[in-house]
Design a protein around this ligand. Structure first.
Ligand SMILES: *Cc1c(COP(=O)(O)O)cnc(C)c1O
Length: 406
């Protein structure tokens, strides 16, 4: 009698803590090499064939096995199954970085003469890839304001192949109406791709709203420990297979150790995100009432322009809080420097809280005027909340904000 060895019987339904269960067990095989509990790592670049017959059986698809490192490794296969389980997608693929997931996916779906639409207020490097790189290869790219669905629809042309957006966006945490975005894609038979890095599958699963492909910078929440770079794409198997073919050519594959770290990080995804949701909401509420704060951007606040959409399609509102401090660039820097717990660094989604002034981090080389043109104010702060004690984070912000009245 063989026991079911593949995906364990965890549908995610009917378990009160289904997300934790999926995080720990989703995608994992019951029996593993060496009877190990934890999925082992095969730190190898290539894989051997016992004989020529096995090689031919592999080519003919009669057996499932590894071939060469660029086409995948056994640890990667398990991470991919876990991400697919968490996203309720048929299939998933892991990459060497979030940008690699984005560029490989767009290369897979776009050709010379094709057109794509990306919403503004999206990750700067993604927009740069679309408007500065894809255009060099004869792809027509339009940028439309995030949240303007009429404009999105009227920008679609007969050669439009992809609609690309993010939710929530960086740094203003605008929330995309996934149902509406997906419906527009379906109506015009255009693929919809959403970078849901800031949401995580714990808070929102775009596939459930009809989005074709969901992308993650797994470097952020999925990895969760600021110790790896990775990206992921999830969706239905034929679409993901097309991206995999492109990945095999472009070569942005994750190495076995990064896959192992990602798999380890994913086990605590739901616990971490629940704490980050709670911490961020408490911090956003604290800041909104603080006299030194001009404005807070957080989808969980009633004051957020898309709070209703967020409340409908998100289980939690995420771990990033953006806010404008009453003060100029230098005064805001003094506040940042006075924080004792959050560290100054780019990135987000890890267990450590991070804080930054976008004007001095991602937009440093721009002038104040150029920054304003892309909507970045000098007094804007982005805090990526970690899993520390929420009370101590608030106490720390409170003491740091005192430098502004000193
Ligand atoms: C960080 C990030 C990326 C890029 O991911 P890398 O792993 O750094 O390449 C893409 N999209 C969003 C929303 C991100 O936050």
């Amino acid at each position: 009698m063989s026991r079911p060895d593949d995906n364990p019987p965890i549908s995610g339904d009917g378990f009160p803590d289904a997300f934790s269960t999926l995080s720990v067990h989703g995608g994992e095989r019951r029996s593993k090499a060496g009877n190990a509990l934890v999925t082992p790592i095969a730190q190898t670049a290539t894989y051997t064939f016992a004989d020529t017959q096995e090689l031919c059986d592999h080519h003919e698809g009669r057996i499932e096995r590894e071939e060469y490192g660029r086409y995948g490794n056994p640890t990667q296969a398990v991470v991919e199954r876990k991400i697919a389980a968490l996203e309720r997608a048929g299939s998933a693929l892991v990459f060497s970085s979030g940008m690699n997931a984005i560029t490989t996916t767009l290369f897979a779906f776009l050709s010379k003469g094709g057109h794509m639409i990306i919403t503004d207020d999206s990750y700067r490097r993604t927009r740069q890839f679309c408007t500065k790189v894809l255009t060099r290869f004869g792809v027509d790219v339009s940028v439309v304001p995030c949240g303007d669905y009429d404009r999105l629809e009227s920008t679609i042309k007969p050669n439009t192949r992809v609609l690309f957006s993010e939710t929530p966006t960086n740094p203003y945490l605008n929330v995309l109406d996934l149902e509406r975005f997906a419906a527009i894609g379906r109506k015009y038979r255009v693929k919809t791709i959403v970078d849901a890095t800031f949401a995580t599958p714990i808070n929102s699963r775009p596939i459930e709203y009809g989005i074709d492909l969901v992308i993650h910078a797994a470097t952020k929440y999925l990895g969760g420990h600021n110790d790896l770079l990775a990206g992921a794409v999830a969706g239905n198997p034929p679409l993901v297979a097309g991206v995999k073919d492109m990945l095999s050519v472009l070569g942005g594959v994750p190495d076995p150790f990064a896959c192992w770290l990602l798999l380890r990080g994913l086990k605590t995804l739901s616990l971490r995100v629940e704490r980050q949701n709670a911490n961020a909401l408490a911090i956003a509420r604290f800041l909104e009432k603080h006299p030194a704060i001009e404005r807070v951007y957080y989808p969980g606040l009633e004051s957020h322009p898309q709070h209703a959409i967020a409340a409908r399609q998100m289980r939690g509102f995420g771990g990033v809080v953006s806010f404008e401090v009453k003060g100029d660039l230098e005064e805001v820097s003094r506040f940042i420097d006075a924080c004792r717990i959050p560290r100054i660094a780019p990135s987000l989604g890890g267990v450590e809280s991070l804080i930054e002034q976008p004007a001095l981090m991602s937009f440093y080389e721009l002038s104040t005027e150029e920054r304003l043109a892309v909507g970045i104010k000098n007094n804007l702060v982005r805090m990526a909340v970690g899993i520390e004690d929420g009370g101590s984070l608030i106490a720390d912000l409170e003491q740091a904000l005192r430098v502004l009245s000193a």
